[in-house]
Design a protein around this ligand. Structure first.
Ligand SMILES: [Zn+2]
Length: 344
């Protein structure tokens, strides 16, 4: 009998807290609304597959020689990104140089000095608080016979960041400047050990404390074997690990604007691939910054010289970019910044 009472009371305590938890989540979800959804829609629609295609092709050119960090091809690729921001009149928090230089001594092996490229649209109300949208710009270089063009890895992410920057800039010029600053960060040294993001998070341009979130993009232009029958998907990794709010903001952005299948399979704690730990966002997460990693999964051309631009699904790249844009818009314009409510 005594045993029964204990079990019963434990059950009651358990279900009460579950109920409270459910109520809390429901309330949190209700509070996430895009107040200016028509405005968001207007700027989402400036993101288009033709421009994304143009960027991916330009960035995957043989001239960049597979964009190995520190090599002339990657320097050219960095200049290509910088020139784009100058042409679009999107400034850099670093002034006219746009480059965060990383000295040769920071790299191991025989990698030479290299650079992250940084641009931003300054926030109107809380300019010191930043949302960082990132993609790595480097790749695997070349051999005697082949160039690793890396169209998906990571021409797709690079093009997405460029296109979102243009959309945020247009909005700002038309009187819809984001409340918080939105930073466009092109990272070097990812393929050789997440070095560009390690450097940035060690020597941040905006303090880590004021870095509200990092949305990191690495390969979003292709379809993996598991989704041949349903191409409208994206793997979302890490969204719920530090901030419950971030996960639900991502879901709300998707259900309102893009309706992709958000696949959380690779976000499982026990996933053997451990992608959460394998791209640049992880350096931000380690500093307590909530992150989302957007990824299409691996495919037959992953880290092969056959990762070329004609194999990208540009309509899908457009949809995925729109999802990330809507999520960034919310994070940059919400009344309060998102809260970290989980351990890291
Ligand atoms: Zn990559």
């Amino acid at each position: 009998m005594k045993f029964y009472i204990i079990v019963l009371s434990l059950t009651l305590v358990g279900s009460c807290s579950t109920l409270r938890h459910t109520e809390k989540i429901e309330q949190l979800k209700e509070n996430i609304t895009f107040k200016d959804s028509q405005t968001v829609e207007n700027y989402i629609n400036t993101i288009n597959k033709e421009e994304l295609k143009e960027h991916v092709y330009a960035f995957s050119t043989d001239e960049f020689q597979g964009r190995m960090s520190g090599e002339p091809g990657h320097h050219k690729a960095s200049k290509f990104i910088k020139d784009y921001y100058i042409k679009e009149q999107i400034p850099s928090p670093l002034g006219s140089k746009y480059y965060q230089q990383i000295p040769e001594s920071y790299f191991s092996g025989d990698i030479k000095n290299s650079q992250n490229v940084i641009a931003y649209v300054e926030g109107g109300e809380f300019p010191e608080e930043v949302i960082i949208i990132s993609a790595h710009s480097d790749h695997e270089g070349y051999t005697d016979t082949e160039i690793y063009n890396g169209a998906d890895d990571n021409g797709s992410g690079t093009a997405a960041v460029m296109e979102m920057a243009q959309a945020f800039q247009k909005a700002a010029l038309n009187g819809h400047r984001p409340k918080r600053s939105v930073v466009f960060l092109h990272l070097t040294g990812e393929e050789i050990g997440l070095i560009g993001s390690k450097y940035y998070t060690q020597y941040p341009v905006f303090s880590m404390r004021n870095t509200v979130a990092n949305l990191n993009i690495d390969m979003i232009g292709r379809v993996d074997d598991d989704h041949k029958d349903n191409e409208d998907y994206i793997y979302v990794i890490g969204a719920d690990r530090l901030s419950t709010q971030l996960h639900y903001i991502s879901e709300a952005a998707n259900s309102q604007f893009t309706n992709l299948e958000l696949d959380y399979k690779l976000n499982r704690d026990n996933d053997p691939n451990r992608y959460y730990y394998r791209s640049d966002h992880y350096n931000f997460a380690q500093k307590g910054v909530p992150v989302i990693f957007y990824f299409n999964g691996e495919h037959e051309d992953y880290h092969e010289p056959t990762d070329t631009p004609e194999k990208i699904n540009y309509a899908l790249l457009e949809k995925r970019t729109k999802l990330i844009f809507a999520t960034a818009w919310y994070l940059a314009n919400s009344k309060n910044r998102i809260v970290v409510d989980q351990d890291y």
